[in-house]
Design a protein around this ligand. Structure first.
Ligand code: ZN
Length: 210
């Protein structure tokens, strides 16, 4: 049994694309079992390889009362409908978001015995597969938020006080040009996405890099 440290937002690996697994060997299958151990010890419903530091197309899923699954090279061929769901992520601990996911999906993957499996999934299983395959493409569930009001600290109601994202421009007067000569000014636009850092924190908690 091996527990691997889970990468947390904003670790850049979470934004990268994972590659298809071409060669099945014992090492890669063992890594799948290590991911299962890691997911279970973190009490997660799903985990994707980039979350434990490897950019390969592999995910693990365990829906309560179902048997755990390791999926190699998973993909979704059809998505049906849309519904609003509450979602969290082991890489963004302490937050929950309200986003849209499919009602049902058709998916396929290879299992740990290299069997090609086709499956139709609904409810939490469908949601978990969509969430984990997103990770393989560098997508996080927060990317699906329509408004940052839809993201809140787990256990905190969305109406509690929080900061909003801030956008601003900084004008730098490079060479003492007149104020009206805008072409001589370099304009830096910066947006602080506080909603991606804290929904009820303070500016002091955010690191501002300009
Ligand atoms: Zn996740």
């Amino acid at each position: 049994m091996a527990i691997i440290p889970i990468r947390k937002f904003p670790d850049p690996i979470l934004r990268k694309q994972s590659s298809e697994i071409k060669e099945f060997n014992n090492e890669i299958i063992q890594f799948g079992y290590d991911m299962l151990d890691t997911m279970q010890s973190a009490r997660g419903v799903g985990l994707a390889a980039p979350q434990v530091g490897r950019l390969i197309r592999m995910i693990t899923i365990q829906i309560p009362e179902n048997k755990p699954m390791i999926m190699f090279n998973p993909s979704i061929s059809n998505k049906y409908g849309s519904r609003k769901v509450e979602e969290g992520c082991l890489s963004i601990p302490g937050f929950t978001g309200l986003i849209e996911r499919s009602i049902k999906i058709d998916a396929q993957y290879l299992d740990e015995n290299k069997n090609k499996i086709k499956l139709s999934a609904e409810d939490l299983l469908s949601q978990a597969i969509e969430h984990e395959i997103d990770h393989l493409n560098g997508i996080m569930y927060t990317d699906h938020l329509k408004s940052h009001e839809d993201l809140h600290k787990t256990g905190v109601t969305p109406n509690e006080i929080h900061w909003h994202d801030v956008g601003y421009k900084i004008h730098i007067n490079k060479d003492q040009a007149t104020k009206d000569d805008i072409s001589m000014h370099e304009v830096i636009e910066k947006k602080i996405e506080l909603s991606k850092i804290k929904s009820d924190g303070s500016l002091d908690d955010a690191s501002l890099e300009i």
